[in-house]
Design a protein around this ligand. Structure first.
Ligand code: FEO
Ligand code: CA
Ligand code: CA
Ligand code: CA
Length: 601
């Protein structure tokens, strides 16, 4: 009887223990291959990576960027209808950079040298890499493929949706307010039903400063302050327009003469067509402006609107849902579906029910609540520019840092990670964020009442992070040694409904490297039984983020971000992946099975 039960489980691998090794560990019977580490030459004429990090900004712009995050594998014969598991475009985000590792001598002091800043902008963004499985079962970059591409913090983009051409988007660079420069802090991602990639702008606000005595709400509510700059890019010498724009202080008479509208170019969902290397990326403003972690779609249904979710990853921020105005039809599907629609924000009631409240200036309830709060919006574009404020007005539920979401491929249930929130006080808890000083995080799920575009849902907590013994009331069980998990972040369903969960315990947390949790890693869960097991453990100082398989599920791609975080230019705390005394580099890991079967099964 035990054997029959075991055979029904979605999880067919032996859990690995919590580990603190400077390497990637996977279960017995699995192999790993590292590919596309930061600095890999990607475009024609690209230089080989220099191990002392002496590559210039121009060289970096032709190489794979740093700090790999969300990614997707597009089989090479899509969208024409194929399904290759041996050749495709691996598209990945490069969330940020660590100047102490990006430059030979680390970050030089203030003012920042322009050459360093230009390299930092070039290390951000997205890579499109054409890869192919060789006869030995190894993935290889197809050098000289016309699809290989870098998108960086300076690439020209189009503004799409309600903010296109809006007065708040006008800059000297684009007096018509229709284009922007670069994408930054691209965390997780999404894939549209028509086979394009969405990259999500998360912690972009940290790149700006504003020294105005009265900072506009479209800056302040996102965290822009006089002294908040993560990289001090605006100080760069010699001065250049491409970096001066990170000082958003209103210094001149008009927005065309200073950079007050530059922060309005960020916080969006950016669409990239990986199959058209000459295409201009589009910033889709109808999906709202916040610290977008990622985006996840319900399965598109002919004749129905498209429905997608996105979390705002900051303490006490919200979960959003977008419903397209136009119906989806496969034959005509495209970016227009993301240009008009309704953006909703989630309210989780303590009784297990929930509702979506529209952020729509033409909606009576929205108008009433805004009036009660004494908040005015000029038009719908102003609502979207100030999405966080609009959601405040609607009484949205303040969450414990919403990270990735995933939609179950069969049931359509939506799962979301709430990574942690150590600032929630005991008098601020509610049923969906029930723990004060939530250091372990949890995973919630909901089911829409009817069609995906419904305005009501039912929710519960799928998993509570924590050490062995933590109660899991929804499964009538407790956490075991194999299922000890903290700070869930990356989340993805494979085609069988196996839920993959990746962790991001901060290097500043005592949980990282502890006996219970070890290094950050990846786990798989069977949502129907609540079984959960550790599958992968990462190297020193990393987080594990970004996961996708080939269509046949025989290769699983996973990203290792910021191995050796906390290193100095002369003392590396990890030497992954190159070993010896090498400089640590973010990289992708391709996981396969010795028997060639499906990963995780
Ligand atoms: Fe970039 Fe919320 O993780
Ligand atoms: Ca994340
Ligand atoms: Ca992190
Ligand atoms: Ca995180």
């Amino acid at each position: 009887a035990t054997r029959v039960a075991a055979a029904k489980s979605l999880l067919g691998f032996e859990a690995i223990p919590a580990l603190t090794l400077d390497k990637v560990t996977v279960p017995a019977g699995y192999t790993t291959q590292t590919l596309l580490p930061w600095g890999t030459p990607l475009l024609p004429g690209a230089a080989d990576f220099k191990t002392d990090a002496s590559d210039s900004a121009a060289e970096q712009a032709l190489q794979v960027g740093s700090h790999h995050d969300g990614m997707h594998f597009f089989p090479i014969d899509l969208p024409a209808g194929g399904n290759s598991s041996a050749e495709g475009l691996l598209v990945m985000n490069h969330e940020y950079c660590d100047p102490d590792l990006l430059h030979t001598q680390g970050a030089l002091g203030l003012p920042r040298p322009l050459a360093q800043v230009e390299k930092e902008l070039a290390a951000h963004g997205v890579s499109v890499a054409h890869i192919k499985l060789d006869d030995a079962g190894q993935w290889q970059l197809v050098r000289n493929s016309r699809f290989n591409r870098r998108i960086t913090g300076t690439t020209k983009m189009d503004i799409a949706g309600p903010l296109r051409g809006h007065i708040c988007m006008q800059t000297a660079f684009s007096p018509e307010g229709i284009s922007a420069r670069g994408t930054l802090n691209n965390c997780s991602m999404g894939v549209t039903p028509w086979g394009t990639y969405l990259t999500c702008e998360e912690n972009w606000a940290d790149c700006f400063i504003n020294r105005d005595t009265d900072i506009p709400r479209s800056h302040y509510r996102y965290g822009i302050r006089a002294d908040n700059s993560k990289y001090h890019w605006h100080t760069a010498q010699p001065q250049a327009d491409i970096v001066r724009r990170f000082d958003a202080t209103a210094t001149a008479d008009t927005a065309m003469q200073d950079y007050r509208n530059e922060p309005h170019q960020f916080g969006w969902m950016v669409e990239i067509d990986p199959f058209n290397p000459d295409s201009t990326p589009r910033k889709h403003t109808a999906l709202g402006r916040f610290a977008h972690e990622g985006i996840i779609f319900h399965k598109a249904v002919e004749g129905q609107p498209l429905v997608a979710y996105s979390g705002d990853d900051s303490r006490f921020e919200y979960i959003y849902k977008f419903v397209s105005r136009e119906a989806y039809f496969q034959a005509s599907a495209g970016p227009h579906l993301l240009e008009n629609g309704t953006l909703y924000v989630a309210v989780f009631h303590d009784d297990g029910r929930g509702e979506w409240r529209a952020l729509d200036i033409n909606n009576t309830e929205f108008q009433q609540r805004a009036a009660q709060a004494g908040v005015t919006f000029a038009d719908q574009a102003d609502v979207l520019l100030n999405t966080r404020l609009a959601a405040d007005v609607m009484g949205a539920t303040k969450m414990d840092r919403p990270e990735w979401g995933a939609v179950h491929p069969h049931s359509g249930e939506v799962y979301f990670t709430l990574t942690n929130n150590d600032k929630r006080r005991s008098d601020e808890t509610d049923a969906v964020n029930p723990r004060a000083r939530n250091q372990y995080g949890h995973i919630i799920r909901w089911r829409e009442q009817g069609l995906p575009q419904a305005q009501h849902f039912a929710w519960d907590v799928f998993w509570f992070g924590g050490p062995a013994g933590t109660a899991q009331p929804q499964h009538k069980t407790t956490t075991s040694a194999a299922s000890e998990i903290a700070c869930p972040d990356g989340l993805w369903f494979d085609a069988d409904g196996r839920l993959w969960i990746q962790t991001d315990i901060s290097n500043s947390s005592a949980l990282l490297g502890s006996a219970a949790f070890g290094h950050n890693g990846m786990y798989a869960a069977d949502p129907s039984t609540g079984e959960l097991r550790r599958f992968l453990s990462g190297p020193n100082g990393c987080e594990v983020t970004g996961v996708v398989s080939t269509p046949d599920q025989t290769t699983l791609f996973v990203n290792i971000q910021h191995p050796g975080e906390g290193s100095t230019p002369t003392n590396f705390t990890s030497h992954w992946p190159d070993g010896g005394r090498s400089r640590p580099r973010s990289a992708t890991v391709a996981i396969r099975r010795i028997n060639g079967k499906k990963i995780g099964a």
